[in-house]
Design a binder for this molecule. Structure first.
Ligand code: PLP
Length: 382
């Protein structure tokens, strides 16, 4: 089945009792048993719920996995992965990962004895050089947020597995989505998503996802999901399933609009550096072209005027681009990493990786491109 069919039919069956084409919202916590322990496959909704099961099958299909898991948030899904580790184990992560992932790693798991190293994943040897006896997990994000850095998933995974086959490799695939990039096909063990973003696609829910292709790993993750309990509810599962059915249509437009916005910004006299993996000037353009089918709808840029005031003036004056946290919905959003998504990263750390006052991040939506460019133009000219 091709991807554009899979978004609609992957892992999906019509509901058995009525033939309902969309799975009903099974808003129930528990299920009648005919005799103690005898049930129809469902006993309690923390373990499994039919609406969530339908979504989890769709999640697995999208990433060419065998098992999918839906969580109450993206961070809850990352938390589940980290719970497979024990005190003393070491994680190697990218140095430009999502601020909330960094916070979860350093503020919660570090104090419980996990060790973290943050390396520049532009170069696979930075990862292999950091591997020690205790390394158990590699955490890759590509493209990164907000600087759109690209890690070579296949090269890093091969190098890591060559050195130690038992190290797990996980990819946060939130920015690219499986429409653009399928890490399990490149040898990765775990794919993670903030389904809050493109998979849901409508800014109407908060959800996380994990996808894997190994039965034993799936069993371990399911046990943690069940035992710790950060599951997605049936209503949100229904909404996310509805969302993924148009993923390919939305992504196609996100990519077209993202490219047009990036090209417009590159040529604008008030704009400095533009970060978009689809620009030939992007330092990792060739890797992006190799591992992604297109380049997505996330674009970051710096204003030439490097004052914080210039950035604030721009941010306060866009009309169609809404100033808000988050990304990946049908509507265009604009954000200021320094004061919003990356406020939890210490200033020295931030500056070291290039997150400056003049940096602005756009989540380019699926509106008419003419209206988006007019909006950017009027805000840049304030
Ligand atoms: C939003 C986001 C997360 C966290 O997901 P939540 O659903 O907000 O918990 C993780 N990684 C990336 C890349 C994100 O954009």
């Amino acid at each position: 089945m091709k991807f554009n069919t899979k978004t609609i039919h992957g892992g999906q069956e019509h509901e058995e009792a009525t033939g309902a084409v969309m799975p009903p919202i099974f808003q129930t916590s528990t299920y009648a048993q005919s005799s103690p322990g005898v049930n129809k496959g469902y006993a309690y909704s923390r373990a499994a719920n039919p609406t969530r099961t339908a979504l989890e099958k769709a999640f697995a299909a999208l990433e060419n996995g065998t098992h999918g898991f839906a969580f109450s948030s993206g961070l809850a899904s990352i938390d589940c992965v980290l719970r497979t580790l024990k005190p003393g184990d070491e994680v190697i992560a990218g140095d430009d990962i999502y601020g909330g992932s960094y916070r979860l790693f350093t503020r919660l798991f570090q104090k419980n004895g996990l060790k973290f190293q943050f390396v520049d994943m532009d170069d696979a040897s930075n990862v292999t050089n950091a591997i020690s006896e205790s390394t158990k997990l590699i955490w890759i994000e590509t493209p990164t947020n907000p600087l759109m850095k690209i890690a070579d998933i296949e090269e890093i995974t091969k190098a890591v597995k060559n050195k130690r086959a038992d190290i797990l490799v996980a990819v946060d695939n939130t920015f690219a989505t499986p429409y653009l990039q399928r890490p399990l096909d490149l040898g990765v063990d775990i794919v993670m998503h903030s389904a809050t973003k493109y998979l849901g696609g409508h800014s109407d829910l908060v959800m996380g996802a994990l996808m894997v292709k190994d039965a034993q790993l799936a069993e371990e993750l399911h046990f943690i999901q069940f035992a710790a309990g950060a599951i997605a509810g049936p209503m949100d599962s229904f909404l996310a399933l509805r969302g993924v059915k148009t993923l390919h249509l939305r992504m196609q437009r996100h990519c077209e609009n993202g490219k047009a916005v990036a090209e417009y910004l590159v040529n604008h006299p008030k704009v400095g550096e533009v970060f978009y993996p689809g620009l030939e000037s992007h330092p990792s353009y060739e890797i992006a072209k190799k591992q992604m089918d297109d380049f997505g709808g996330m674009v970051s840029f710096r204003l030439k005027d490097e004052s914080k005031q210039a950035a604030l003036t721009f941010l306060e004056n866009t009309k169609i681009f809404t100033l808000a946290e988050s990304l990946g919905g049908v509507e265009s959003l604009v954000s200021h990493p320094v004061t919003m998504t990356h406020a939890s990263i210490p200033e020295a750390e931030r500056l070291k990786i290039g997150i400056t006052d003049s940096l602005i991040r756009l989540s380019v939506g699926v509106e008419d491109i003419d209206d988006l460019l007019v909006d950017l133009e009027q805000a840049l000219n304030r």
